[in-house]
Write a protein that binds this ligand. Structure first.
Ligand code: DNO
Length: 388
């Protein structure tokens, strides 16, 4: 696997030279300062590319060129937004960057209820707690029809939890959900958020899939011509939240995706954390099944709980078998004679990062470094054992 590390640009406390020391050879980043839906100009792309190459690293994957809400909704100026997207693809290709991660999650990107959840050893992890999500939806934002989406037991627990929470705790929960996680949407207020959600009122899963298919049929022929690989990121968490349809959550959804347009450019970011939160997903089997379409790997491991909650465990622990996952990846690399870019996704906040807490949630350096080191060792062990 090609070892890469995510970088959030000049404002990231984890610097390019830190990344260099992690042993990664590639960087995953985006032009985070360009508003969603605008064209990425060549000059801007080159500035970032040069900074990365200055420390002898490679810009391995763009994560992400985000998709404007009007494209997801196929409304208003969506045609112009698609033209902008195409222009961005032409521009990155001119700069020699040909790998693009994106997602098609409505309104929110990845969502957690806890950004710094304390583990027994004193480090902190990201967590999605079903009851706290219900607290937010039912009692903080007071979403209409919320009782259709949670069972009575969860709603009862949520009510009790809400009544026990201090105002700081309520604010922490709201901020964690609405203050745009790294690399995602802008910070939102509750009224703005409600307004954005309302736009999806009449959009079913099938409608959103149709809009994704439309978008892909617009851009994939161009991407193919330019030699660009598009790699969709699965929805995280892999189930509906806030009454919004989530459409890339399972093997069936990925089958639909690859069927929307048959092209090697229409590919997948195989995120073992997002897909791993759905207990029905057999990750090694899915890697084998979508072997020709997986262009990028996010490796991490979630520990699932009975009610649908999960937290992010160590990369080699958690509910998914990372040994079988990496083995499946190495098999497809061998079969396709390629090296797939991989990044250790998220990490615990630990050691010095606990004192110097300025990194983006999930993206402090030491936890990811630990994840990368473990994954690197796992890969080496599998390769040396000749079991592929
Ligand atoms: C979370 C990330 C996602 C991802 C986007 C891709 O840590 O994996 O935010 O970057 O969904 O578009």
């Amino acid at each position: 696997m090609k070892q890469t590390f995510r970088w959030f640009g000049a404002s990231d406390v984890v610097t390019l030279s830190d990344i260099k020391q992690s042993g990664a050879t590639g960087v995953v980043t985006a032009l985070h300062h360009i508003p969603n839906g605008e064209v990425w100009e060549i000059e801007e792309i080159l500035k970032t590319k040069k900074a990365i190459e200055h420390v002898n690293l490679e810009w391995s994957f763009i994560e992400s060129i985000p998709i404007h809400e009007n494209i997801k909704l196929r409304q208003n100026d969506y045609k112009q937004r698609i033209e902008n997207y195409k222009q961005s693809l032409k521009n990155i290709a001119k700069c020699g960057i040909k790998n693009v991660c994106y997602n098609f999650m409505p309104v929110l990107d990845w969502t957690r209820t806890h950004l710094f959840w304390k583990l027994e050893d004193g480090s902190t992890a990201l967590r999605f707690d079903k009851v706290e999500m219900a607290v937010f939806e039912a009692f903080i934002m007071k979403r209409k029809d919320v009782e259709n989406d949670y069972n009575k037991t969860i709603l009862k627990k949520a009510e009790m939890r809400f009544n026990e929470m201090t105002s700081e705790e309520k604010q922490r929960l709201q901020d964690g959900i609405l203050k745009g996680l790294p690399g995602t949407v802008d910070d939102l207020t509750i009224p703005k958020f409600k307004e954005m959600i309302a736009q999806y009122k009449d959009i079913s899963h099938a409608d959103l899939k149709a809009n994704l298919s439309y978008f892909l049929n617009e851009i994939i022929p161009l991407a193919e011509q330019l030699g660009i690989k598009m790699a969709i990121h699965p929805d995280d968490p892999p189930f509906d939240i806030m009454g919004l349809p989530r459409i890339i959550t399972s093997e069936n959804d990925l089958e639909d995706l690859v069927g929307f347009i048959d092209s090697p450019s229409n590919g997948i970011t195989f995120c073992t954390g997002s897909l791993g939160a759905n207990p029905n997903n057999d990750l090694p089997k899915m890697i084998e099944k979508f072997k020709d379409r997986i262009h990028f790997l996010h490796l991490r491991n979630v520990k699932r709980e009975a009610d649908g909650s999960f937290y992010e465990d160590n990369h080699l622990a958690g509910s998914s078998d990372m040994y079988e996952i990496v083995k499946a990846v190495l098999k497809i690399e061998k079969a396709r004679n390629i090296v797939l870019p991989m990044r250790p996704d998220h990490g615990h906040q630990m050691l010095h990062d606990l004192k110097n807490n300025n990194a983006y949630a999930g993206y402090s350096s030491i936890g990811r470094l630990k994840g990368l080191a473990e994954l690197r060792g796992l890969e080496l062990g599998i390769l040396k054992s000749n079991t592929l």
